[in-house]
Design a binder for this molecule. Structure first.
Ligand code: NI
Length: 180
């Protein structure tokens, strides 16, 4: 079921989400199905459970087909479809890179956000199998963006240069972006 995506200004997006303690809870599977359906309907690169009003530490991102590119991020490297529960992120160096981000909770806008260039992230999937990856590039950016949602952080809070923050259709008039 496609769920309503909360938008910036909703206080529920500012909460720190709780760890998942029971991976066997049947409602978790429904929740994740709904998250994928909602993300795909909105052409998102990722989605965190708090964005649909569920205060749990679950994020999803990526694509089942590695050749598929998100129409909102056509130049991005492919990211494997991932369900990540109770994630932890370690920056592998202090190096940061800047890149444009958008967010389904902040429709119609893009901004340049600094992120760690290379990270290791860990967590489990819905079956409890460990996930442990070292990534950089767009993959690292998506994970940092989505996990920020679990701590009540939206990307505009990380924008340092508001000269590079604005409406998508003004910033990128050549990009077809009908979704937000
Ligand atoms: Ni977001």
């Amino acid at each position: 079921m496609i769920r309503e995506i909360l938008r910036m200004g909703d206080a529920r997006l500012l909460n720190v989400a709780a760890p998942v303690t029971d991976l066997h809870a049947p409602e978790l599977h429904t929740l994740v199905d709904d998250m994928f359906e909602t993300m795909h309907a909105a052409n998102g690169a990722g989605l965190a459970a708090p964005q649909i009003g569920v205060p749990l530490r679950i994020v999803i991102f990526g694509y089942s087909d590695p050749d598929m590119r998100n129409p909102r991020y056509p130049d991005a490297d492919p990211v494997p479809q991932t369900i990540l529960v109770n994630p932890l992120i370690d920056a592998l160096s202090e190096e940061e890179v800047e890149g444009w981000e958008g967010c389904l909770s902040v429709p119609g806008l893009r901004g340049v956000v600094p992120r760690y260039a290379k990270i290791r992230y860990r967590g489990v999937d819905l079956q409890g199998r460990p996930i442990d990856r070292t990534v950089d590039g767009f993959h690292a950016r998506v994970v940092q963006h989505e996990c920020d949602h679990l701590d009540g952080i939206l990307y505009p809070m990380r924008v340092r240069d508001f000269a590079r923050f604005g409406y998508t259709d003004i910033l990128f008039p050549e990009v077809e972006d009908s979704d937000d």
